[in-house]
Write a protein that binds this ligand. Structure first.
Ligand code: HAM
Length: 414
């Protein structure tokens, strides 16, 4: 039997990655202009890192972690997200008291039920601002989200945003929600009954209509957070409402336990059921929870598989291709030198040396099939005379004999 890839862990082929590359190149311009720097952390971490950050009661830790014992019988896990690792790394380097503007990218792993837009191995690009208290950093990150969407050509999206208050407000709200929902427990969908036990705040983003109807009469986050937090949220929304669709959503709590303060998600109707292509928020308590010093923190992560679906920015023009055809002899030192010199002279051109062996005719056919605009042909005579044939492959195109110096000049000016 043939071996298949694991469920929810797709291969990415060159044709899939074209859009990824555009996304990555636009993003690197943005990160540069915001003065953020890349950090790389390991794919494997101790399981405790995620149970103490993302939270034991979250679906991610409870049901979705890829955890196993290593040869030393230590429980380790494939990372399901990047923020916890970044904070762990900064604490480990004893840099909690400095300011950091960081970004990262790479695969994340969650044992979820695969469906369109939801994978078990997926990719995130994340940004974390560390050491900045509530204020200007929220504005800067929302600006960055707008900038990313603009540069990659997403216009039809909504930012949902909420303020979860501080840890005390979150806890009081949670208690009040539980006492409100307990008498209705039998009316709740089975899934929500379980959530009420394990992670009550998650009942708020239930997709069940019956649950949502009950919640309408329930406590509201806004009644538990301070006036300062309320006006911070409102001012933030007002600042951007002329530039994008940004809406306060009081049921937005996010699936990771570490958040306090502002939380947000960016959604697009075009994505179907898995409509969030970006999510983030403030998590000022995480450093403490992981044994570090106090450190303000806020960030977001983009789901790459989802955002590239929405990308409408122009696919890069295909590079010019030149076929490199050798006839009548083995590729040798001299022909390799010519190819190397050409590549050094102009590396924006694809020098396609992967043509079939065989007659000149079959190699030219192959060059045409590979969309080469020109061919450089080197036969035995040319090699002896230090010359090449330059052939224009467009219809009615001419060919000429060039010295090795002339061909380099021509190639570098294409
Ligand atoms: P998250 O909302 O769990 O947040 O994930 C961020 C994004 O990753 C989601 O909006 C979604 O686009 C994508 N994503 C999540 N799970 C999957 C999946 N199974 N398949 C495909 N895409 C997926 C976090 O991970 C936080 N660490 C974000 C953050 C950074 N908060 C503060 N800083």
């Amino acid at each position: 039997m043939k071996i298949q890839s694991l469920r929810g862990m797709p291969d990415l082929f060159p044709e899939d990655l074209e859009r990824w590359h555009i996304f990555e190149s636009k993003l690197s311009e943005i990160f540069h202009s915001f003065g953020t720097h890349e950090i790389r952390t390991p794919l494997l971490e101790s399981t405790e890192l995620f149970s103490r950050s993302v939270g034991n009661s979250s679906d991610i830790v409870n049901k979705e972690l890829y955890s196993f014992l290593d040869r030393n019988e230590d429980s380790i896990s494939l990372r399901p997200e990047g923020s916890a690792s970044v904070i762990r790394a900064i604490i480990q380097k004893k840099q909690e008291q400095e300011k950091h503007k960081l970004w990262y990218q790479g695969p994340m792993f969650r044992y979820e039920r695969p469906q369109k837009g939801r994978f078990r191995q997926f990719h995130q690009v994340g940004v974390e601002y560390l050491g900045f208290e509530e204020g200007i950093s929220e504005y800067e990150l929302i600006s960055m989200v707008l900038q990313i969407n603009k540069l990659i050509g997403i216009s039809d999206y909504t930012i949902k945003i909420n303020h979860l208050g501080d840890a005390n407000a979150k806890e009081s709200f949670c208690e009040s929600l539980v006492s409100f929902l307990k008498p209705h427990i039998n009316e709740l969908h089975e899934k929500d009954q379980a959530r009420l036990e394990s992670n009550p705040l998650r009942v708020l983003d239930s997709k069940e209509k019956s649950t949502q109807a009950i919640l309408e009469g329930g406590p509201k986050f806004q009644d538990f957070i301070s006036d300062e937090s309320k006006s911070f949220l409102q001012n933030l929304v007002d600042a951007y409402s002329n530039h994008c669709d940004i809406q306060i959503d009081q049921s937005l709590v996010r699936g990771l336990d570490y958040y306090t303060g502002i939380v947000f998600e960016t959604i697009s109707q075009e994505l179907g059921a898995q409509d969030a292509f970006l999510g983030g928020g403030r998590y000022d308590n995480l450093s403490n929870q992981l044994g570090g010093k106090d450190m303000h923190a806020i960030g977001f992560a983009i789901g790459v598989e989802r955002i590239v679906e929405l990308l409408t920015a122009e696919i890069n023009k295909p590079s010019l291709k030149v076929g490199f055809i050798i006839t009548g002899q083995q590729i040798d030192k001299k022909t390799y030198k010519i190819a190397n010199d050409l590549r050094s002279a102009n590396n924006s051109i694809v020098l396609d040396t992967l043509l079939s062996e065989g007659s000149l005719k079959s190699q030219l056919r192959r060059a045409n099939k590979n969309n080469c605009s020109y061919a450089i042909i080197i036969g035995e005579d040319e090699l002896i005379n230090d010359q090449v044939i330059w052939k224009d492959l467009s219809e009615g195109g001419e060919q000429e004999l060039l010295s090795s110096k002339e061909v380099i000049d021509k190639y570098s000016n294409l």
